[in-house]
Design a protein around this ligand. Structure first.
Ligand code: PA5
Length: 435
């Protein structure tokens, strides 16, 4: 993975980034010692290198025991208990996996990530004629959205298979001892996995929260973890600032923020990466958006969104910058052929790969947006693979911990998320709540 910040210098010189060098380094050292704001939630820092062989084997064994007899796994969870798995599975999957009957692994669907009655109804209808299992995930074990979905899906699966077999088809991932899901899982005798106390939801993708659904989808969790382990080394506190991608990215974001660029748009040119951006938005938005501070994380899928958001990015308020995830090598080769009639006028592209056109769209957009006043950060990954995605996830996590600390907030809490819950509970008549 490569990080290039050259294309911000026209707006913010390197000296401005360097101003954050010391704070970035000190923040990284603090993370390594589990010191500083939110230090009881820093378990993710050395998580990749502490995942044991037996933990991975246990996950694989659980998945293999069930995978051969099911067509669908419904993963129930929201926020950090949903987006990491969704991001990795979408990145690694065939774009049309859902429609392909020659799939070797179960299809992973999601529930409890919204409260849509339509979504729930249509999912339940679909499951009636399918062989399936449930993975229910909630760190607190009390989140309304997944709890509500699980109440319906638990009843359905028990009615379909009987209580005993249903029990074999439900996996619960939650806190070691607290919360309603833990109580329920213990009482029902489900196979359970623990989310470590010191790993918050949005930093939990490399725990069973992400690894179990990703393994069900047929992807190599060992390679994913290996990528993250490599990035843990490359961004360690003893790697000097100039070589430390996480420190540089964190310092750059803060330099841009203080120069008035308070919106960061994560850009991709491959629709498989759409949910990586959704995961990233939660990671940065929930970690930094507090105390009336923080860069607003947004995202676009190019070139699709060049035809919708492109105008604003080119000429709207100049308070934004782009961070582009660029994929060097694409696996599936599609060469443009010469057409005898050339009625569409595309013969000038003959002999080129579609990806070359995409890359020129990327370069052309970068030049245009820089000219239009939008600084550009580039993150280049060699290809989309378990290893490269593992690297990317950990890079963003590490940089987020450092960036939040430079900003001066506690990146590991989310007090603001409670406000809507309080109102919703009061409106629904839950005891003890009022608006
Ligand atoms: O990052 C976080 O802690 C949150 O976004 C949670 O992941 C989200 O609210 C879901 O919480 P839980 O896993 O407790 O159901």
């Amino acid at each position: 993975m490569k990080l290039n910040i050259d294309k911000i210098y026209k707006f913010v010189p390197y000296q401005e980034v360097e101003k954050y060098k010391n704070t970035a380094k000190l923040s990284n050292i603090a993370l390594s010692k589990k010191e500083g704001k939110g230090n009881d939630y820093m378990g993710w820092v050395n998580l990749p290198s502490s995942i044991s062989e037996s933990e991975l084997s246990d996950i694989e064994a659980t998945v293999n025991k069930l995978a051969h007899k099911i067509e669908i796994v419904v993963t129930i969870g929201i926020g950090g208990s949903y987006l990491g798995a969704k991001a990795v599975i979408d990145a690694l999957s065939d774009n049309f996996a859902q429609l392909k009957s020659d799939r070797k692994s179960p299809l992973v669907l999601f529930a409890g990530q919204n409260i849509s009655e339509d979504y729930l109804f249509e999912l339940r209808q679909l499951l009636k004629n399918k062989e399936y299992a449930l993975v229910v995930i909630s760190k607190s074990g009390t989140t309304t959205e997944p709890a509500l979905a699980f109440r319906f899906l638990k009843k359905d699966i028990e009615e379909k298979y009987g209580k005993d077999e249903a029990k074999n088809r439900i996996i619960a991932i939650t806190d070691a001892s607290k919360g309603a899901l833990r109580t329920l899982a213990t009482q029902e005798g489900y196979k359970t996995y623990v989310i470590p106390d010191d790993v918050g939801g949005r930093f939990s993708v490399l725990t069973p929260v992400g690894l179990i659904p990703i393994a069900f989808a047929g992807f190599n969790i060992r390679q994913l973890v290996a990528g993250a382990v490599n990035m843990e080394k490359e961004t360690a506190h003893d790697v000097k600032f100039e070589d430390n991608k996480a420190e540089i990215y964190a310092a750059t974001r803060n330099a841009l923020y203080h120069s008035g660029k308070q919106i960061e748009i994560l850009v991709n040119y491959n629709p498989k990466l759409h949910f990586i951006a959704e995961w990233w938005k939660q990671l940065y938005g929930e970690s930094e958006g507090k105390e009336n501070k923080g860069t607003f994380p947004a995202s676009v899928d190019f070139s699709s969104d060049l035809h919708s958001m492109g105008q604003y990015i080119q000429e709207g308020i100049r308070n934004l910058y782009e961070t582009v995830i660029s994929v060097e090598n694409v696996n599936n080769k599609q060469v443009i052929e010469k057409d005898a009639d050339d009625l569409d006028g595309l013969n000038y592209l003959a002999g080129k790969r579609v990806d070359e056109v995409n890359k020129m769209a990327e370069l052309g957009t970068q030049i245009a947006h820089i000219e239009g006043g939008v600084p550009n950060i580039k993150i280049e990954i060699s290809e989309i693979s378990e290893y490269s995605i593992g690297e990317l996830l950990y890079f963003f996590e590490k940089a987020c911990g450092i960036s939040g600390a430079i900003l001066g907030v506690n990146p590991f809490d989310q007090p603001g998320v409670e406000a809507y819950k309080n109102n919703m509970f009061a409106l629904l008549g839950k005891k003890g709540y009022k608006i």
